[in-house]
Design a protein around this ligand. Structure first.
Ligand code: DGJ
Length: 729
């Protein structure tokens, strides 16, 4: 039983394998947060709350002369605006009488078998007998507004999830201004927070800062989770390292605009809130209606970032990614984008496919440019009809020819967009998200379709499904190449315009759900100009996501390093591309491009016809090696062995199998030296008592982990190595 309720103390303790989370129904039904950390029993930790009369800290009226109970500094489970808690809050409303207060108090609770699901939204799932749910029901006795707090407990996976449902149980319409998924209070300050910022072609760079007094936040207003900030953050001890210290990861399972805000208060306590960005959000709640927030997944580690990452990786693989591709071996693909851009025809594609097949590649992905009038990115989006002239035949014929080579066929789409120069725009200009009377804001010469309108989603879905019905397509790359701005829907009344962002996400998720249900054999790869929507929400539908439009192997070292903190290796779409690299102009050895791309769902994205016979041999070998180590890479534990931001000459990482019998050590030299120092990499996760063979050398696990592994002397810039270590019987 993972949920303990002490009837006497009214303390709920949620236990996972190594963590515990505690809250208490305190005086007058105020729900206090007591603890999140290393696993404990149901001992009531409310004694840790300093109860004293603190200046300028008001008290709920019922306390009368008791000034020692204050929402201004007591830790809360779901903090409400307007009733004396001035810290960053979870919920803000405008009531029917114009007032802004909501005061939720405990009413009852339900304990349910299994993990709850959220209607229309992605959420973690649990297999038979794996999860439990606690629902705490709260109410504001003045207005009748209700709240259900959802807690999902995945004991074995060490995950606790949170979500909230706000219900108008009153008689007047209420305007919801803010509805966060959770708040998490800590009775301490001086914590660091780690967040992942970036830009197009450099996503998820790690930044670690000491939290200071006041509020600090990361988030997105772009309608997507964004390249700029990822909806995954870590709060930790300042001394936390990969292997030591306490840390707490929070991942929002949502792909739209979000806010993650931390605040250190006047009494040196810390609060984290996370959820939908409130800035462009409002929601009219009529009597009887409810609003469901997205879910946040929480994981605690008392042993640093490495176990935290491993737990998030397992969580995504076992409880988020669905369908047959969650576990099935993903095909090695060749994508024609960086090989041809828009300049291709059917014959050119087939020639690439023939070369690819020769080398052992298993699937051709036809990227942008196969439909409508689309020979550049100035036109055509929305016209999902095949350009047969360009392909020299139908798409079905092309796919059949690719299949006849013994390869799968995959297709790129960007269903949420519309070009002004398109038939769709000419026939349905109102489907575009645009404010009447304003020219708007174009990006990549395209507009966003108003997916908050079900008929728009249905119209696009019909066109895309027609193609998927007719052609043997086994992979779809779902792209999204701009940020949303000028939010407006002609279908919504004036007082509901704040609902567009969330309604848009419901429309997108409905489309994706329909797609994965109707075509379970299709492997979906998410994409948004690379990794602009690399989040747990998208992973519920697409088992892999194109990690970045930056395919430079050296830049990817940082991108993939940052990504690995929250997201599993199998989710990372990564390809070997040409040298000089198209984004940076950097030259890197083909071997190194392979080493880096192998830390993910592997593929190629270059014109294979231009490779020399020697290079083709390298590619052949890479493919064999990737296939050989597929399970180790996808199912093994991933270890970051160096910090690419540190003063190191190389970047190294390793995959270690669950039974610690196999290890693939990968390293890239990033800085050459004359008269070079030896570069020693300390391995992690091995069995210290085992002997590991690498080629003709044998080392003990303890020697490799505590002494290290000496990399060979480099012969060229950006040289890389892959060493396969196998434990001897
Ligand atoms: C952005 C993607 O990230 C690229 O891989 C490619 O698909 C282009 N869009 C096509 O327009």
């Amino acid at each position: 039983m993972a949920i303990l309720l002490n009837q006497e103390t009214k303390v709920f303790t949620l236990q996972t394998k190594t963590s515990a989370y505690q809250m208490k129904v305190a005086d007058y039904g105020v729900l206090l947060h007591l603890y999140y950390g290393r696993r404990i029993g149901d001992c009531d930790l409310s004694y840790l709350i300093q109860r004293t009369d603190r200046g300028f800290c008001g008290n709920p009226y019922e306390m009368q002369q008791d000034r020692t109970f204050s929402l201004d500094y007591f830790p809360q489970e779901y903090s409400c605006f307007g009733i004396g808690d001035y810290r960053t809050d979870c919920v803000k409303v405008i009531n029917g009488d114009g007032s802004c207060a909501v005061d939720y108090r405990y009413r009852s609770h339900r304990i349910l078998e299994g993990k709850y699901a959220l209607e229309g939204l992605p959420a973690l799932f649990a297999g038979e007998g794996q999860g439990e749910t606690l629902v705490i029901e709260m109410e504001d006795q003045c207005t009748g507004m209700k709240l259900e707090l959802y807690y999902g407990i995945l004991e074995e996976a060490d995950v606790i999830t949170r979500a909230a449902k706000i219900i108008n149980g009153g008689e007047k319409t209420v305007l919801l201004k803010r509805a966060m998924s959770m708040c998490l209070d800590f009775n301490t300050d001086g914590m660091d927070w780690v967040h992942f910022y970036g830009k197009h072609t450099m996503e998820r760079e790690l930044e670690r800062n000491r939290l200071h007094h006041g509020r600090q936040s990361v988030g997105s207003e772009r309608g997507t989770s964004s390249h700029q900030h990822n909806p995954f953050v870590i709060l930790c001890d300042p001394s936390c390292t990969e292997e030591t210290g306490e840390c707490y990861g929070a991942g929002l399972i949502y792909s739209g605009s979000f806010l993650a805000e931390a605040e250190v208060d006047q009494f040196h306590q810390t609060r984290l809130v996370m959820g939908i960005s409130p800035d462009q959000f409002s929601w009219m709640l009529n009597p009887g209606e409810s609003f469901q927030t997205p879910e946040v997944a929480l994981i605690y580690s008392g042993e640093g970032f490495t176990p935290l990452s491993h737990k998030f990786h397992r969580m995504a693989s076992e409880h988020l990614i669905r369908g047959q591709w969650a576990k099935k071996r993903r095909p090695i693909l060749i994508n024609n984008w960086e090989a041809t851009y828009f300049n291709f025809n059917g014959e050119k594609l087939l020639n690439i496919a023939r070369e690819a097949k020769e080398l052992g590649i298993e699937m051709l992905v036809l990227d942008d440019g196969w439909f409508g009038k689309r020979d550049s990115d100035y036109s055509g989006l929305g016209d999902w009809t095949v350009n047969e002239k360009k392909l020299g035949g139908s798409l079905k014929e092309l796919a059949e020819k690719v299949n006849a080579l013994g390869m799968k066929f995959g297709l790129w789409v960007e269903p949420e967009m519309i070009s002004e120069d398109s038939n769709l725009y000419r026939s349905h200009p109102d489907w575009t998200m645009r404010i009447p009377g304003r020219p708007g804001n174009v990006a990549r010469s395209q507009f966003v379709l108003d997916f908050s309108r079900p008929e728009v989603v249905d119209g696009i879905q019909e066109m895309i499904f027609k193609i998927l019905d007719e052609v043997n397509i086994e992979y779809v790359k779902w792209d999204f190449n701009r940020s949303i701005s000028n939010y407006f829907s002609t279908a919504l009344p004036v007082n509901r315009q704040g609902e567009i962002g969330y309604r848009y996400m419901l429309g997108l998720y409905r489309f994706l759900e329909n797609l994965v249900t109707r075509y379970p054999h299709i492997l979906l790869e998410g994409c948004s100009g690379g990794g602009g929507r690399f989040d747990f929400g998208m992973l519920y539908y697409s088992p892999q996501i194109w990690c970045s439009d930056d395919t430079d192997a050296v830049e990817r070292l940082k991108i993939q390093y940052g990504t690995s903190f929250g997201y599993p290796i199998s989710a990372v779409g990564s390809h070997v591309s040409a040298s000089p690299n198209h984004q940076t102009g950097r030259k890197t050895p083909l071997e190194t491009r392979g080493t880096v791309a192998m830390a993910g769902s592997f593929g190629y994205e270059l014109d294979l016809r231009c490779l020399s016979p020697e290079e083709k041999e390298i590619v052949r070998h890479q493919i064999q090696e990737y296939k050989q180590h597929y399970d180790l890479i996808h199912e093994g534990d991933y270890y970051r062995l160096t910090d690419p931001y540190g003063d190191c000459r190389g970047v190294a990482w390793a995959f270690v199998s669950q039974d610690k019998a196999e290890c693939l050590l990968c390293a890239v030299l990033t800085r050459l030296q004359a008269n070079p120092d030896g570069v020693i990499v300390k391995l992690k996760g091995l069995n210290p008592g085992k002997r590991y063979r690498a080629g003709d050398k044998v080392y003990t696990g303890e020697a490799l982990m505590y002494g290290g592994f000496l990399l060979p002397l480099p012969r060229e810039e950006y040289q890389s190595w892959r060493f396969y270590l196998k434990a001897e019987e």
